[in-house]
Ligand binder design. Structure first.
Ligand SMILES: Cc1cc2nc3c(=O)[nH]c(=O)nc-3n(C[C@H](O)[C@H](O)[C@H](O)COP(=O)(O)O)c2cc1C
Length: 203
């Protein structure tokens, strides 16, 4: 967890530089296969430029409407310490986090109530997926965390009442992404009608 460099071979075979940031190109399917949540991070900060790149990846995630998404980038060590104290689900030693938020006033204007209650959560999930993939290209691991009260995050970050925190994503360097997959997470596939098993052609 402490001090050692991330393992570039775990995330890609070659490294290149994008805007001065070292990146390890990751095949998309391979990145999906390797994707894991991380709770143990190296004891070193994530440079601002790298956090900015992560935030960019979240801004590239699909969105139902414009002007709804806000992202708070947190790297103040004291604030991260308080986050660990007031967010029960934030069980990790990440040096930084990205907090995806929704402007609920704007969302209601452009999406209606159902949009506030549904579409904006899809926006947040899409951002999380981008962060999990982009992180791998930068030697970073992430952990999606939602076990906290809105009020705790609101107070921690000074969010106005109409800015709803959707998800906190822990970010930090990790030694490797070769952890075994979490067990028990199975998704059933259905074919045309619920309950009909999806089989390959000729199956
Ligand atoms: C919506 C959502 C909420 C989650 N909340 C937490 C959380 O509060 N704390 C935490 O440590 N992990 C949290 N996780 C991570 C899951 O526990 C993790 O994804 C799951 O164990 C499967 O592991 P994997 O993503 O590495 O395959 C959350 C994940 C999602 C998608």
């Amino acid at each position: 967890m402490s001090g050692t460099k991330s393992d570039p071979s775990a995330v890609g075979s070659t490294s290149t530089s994008v805007a001065g940031i070292e990146t390890h190109p990751v095949d998309v399917a391979e990145g999906m296969r390797r994707r894991r949540m991380h709770r143990e991070f190296e004891d070193r900060p994530v440079p601002r430029a790298v956090l900015e790149r992560m935030a960019w990846s979240a801004t590239r995630a699909q969105q139902a409407r414009s002007g709804v998404r806000h992202i708070v980038i947190v790297d103040d060590p004291d604030l991260m310490t308080v986050a660990r104290q007031v967010l029960p689900g934030f069980v990790n030693n990440a040096p930084a986090m990205l907090v995806h938020c929704t402007d609920t006033i704007r969302a209601e204007e452009v999406l209606g109530r159902r949009g506030v209650n549904a579409a904006t959560w899809i926006d947040a999930g899409a951002a999380c997926a981008h962060l999990a993939l982009m992180g791998q290209t930068l030697g970073l691991g992430v952990c999606t965390v939602t076990s906290w009260t809105d009020q705790a995050v609101q107070t921690l970050l000074g969010l106005p009442a109409h800015i709803r925190p959707d998800v906190t994503v822990a970010v930090g360097y990790v030694e490797s992404t070769r952890k075994p997959p979490a067990r028990g997470f199975k998704t059933r596939l259905h074919h045309n009608h619920f309950g009909t098993e999806f089989a390959r052609d000729g199956g």
